[in-house]
Design a binder for this molecule. Structure first.
Ligand SMILES: C[S@@+](CC[C@H](N)C(=O)[O-])C[C@H]1O[C@@H](n2cnc3c(N)ncnc32)[C@H](O)[C@@H]1O
Length: 249
């Protein structure tokens, strides 16, 4: 299930809505949690400190899905690369980058669908590129970045430690690392021996992150970021990601 999960058409539609949908479509219930809206935008607005960016600057969005945070980063950085393991997500993100608008449908009830369109925010798309890649085995010529964002990626990797080991060479000294994770450690994605925390013997995910990357990165922020993903008009996944922001020593 895990590797093909994000290639599925239904999941693609859910992520297009999650990243580009109107608030009223993502959470049509006034009694529902509005706090979960616009998560990909908030990863950047709450995680990035633009005052720390050099000029020019490079950013990397790992596990970018259909690319909303990648475009948000392009509002601050001169070059942004979005990388995801899903061909379907990257094809869609590239289409958005080229066309800026993409019609899509999302689920109402059973087989009933609503039509809408995804629109790229007002940024210079020539700064943005998308590629398929594995965050656990990134190409060696990717270079270094002033910002690396990995939003809700860690607990979807079979071997998250491999990404943690690459981070010190990926982020420039003084650069910003923005991690968010709902800490949803599931055996179907990550064998328990490879979880980053979340077991009584290891401590919390944040504690284990401190142990594993703390010698290369200073943590400057921790925050709770709710997000909601609509499955259909009457069913939503509401979660709270833990954000940690780190500066490369
Ligand atoms: C939970 S989603 C988060 C997407 C996006 N960052 C967000 O916050 O909406 C996890 C993403 O990681 C991608 N992913 C899973 N395994 C990956 C890997 N080994 N390398 C890169 N991306 C991966 C999935 O395709 C999916 O887009």
């Amino acid at each position: 299930m895990p590797e093909s999960y994000y290639e599925n058409q239904r999941v693609l539609q859910e992520y297009l809505l999650f990243h580009y949908g109107e608030d009223a479509a993502n959470m049509p219930w006034s009694v529902g949690p509005q706090s979960g809206l616009r998560f990909p935008q908030r990863c950047v607005s709450e995680g990035l400190d633009p005052r720390r960016l050099p000029n020019p600057s490079r950013a990397l969005d790992l596990g970018c899905a259909v690319g909303r945070s990648t475009f948000e980063l392009a509002g601050h950085c001169d070059e942004v690369i979005g990388i995801d393991f899903s061909h379907a997500f990257i094809l869609t993100a590239r289409t958005l980058c080229r066309e800026r608008v993409l019609p899509f449908e999302y689920f109402e009830c059973g087989e009933m669908m609503q039509s809408t369109e995804a629109k790229v925010p007002d940024v210079d798309c020539s700064r943005v590129s998308f590629e398929v890649g594995d965050a656990q085995n990134l190409r060696s010529d990717l270079g270094q970045f002033d910002v690396v964002l990995a939003a809700n990626l860690l607990c979807r990797l079979p071997r998250p430690q491999l990404l943690l080991e690459r981070l010190p060479t990926l982020v420039k000294p003084g650069g910003q690392l923005i991690l968010t994770t709902p800490n949803t450690w599931l055996e179907s994605f990550t064998g328990p021996d490879f979880w980053i925390g979340g077991r009584p013997s290891t401590g919390t995910t944040l504690e284990v992150l401190e142990e594993r990357i703390g010698s290369s990165f200073e943590r400057i922020k921790r925050a709770d970021l709710p997000f909601s993903i609509r499955e259909h008009a009457r069913k939503f996944q509401w979660s709270v990601a833990e954000m940690s922001v780190w500066i490369r020593r």
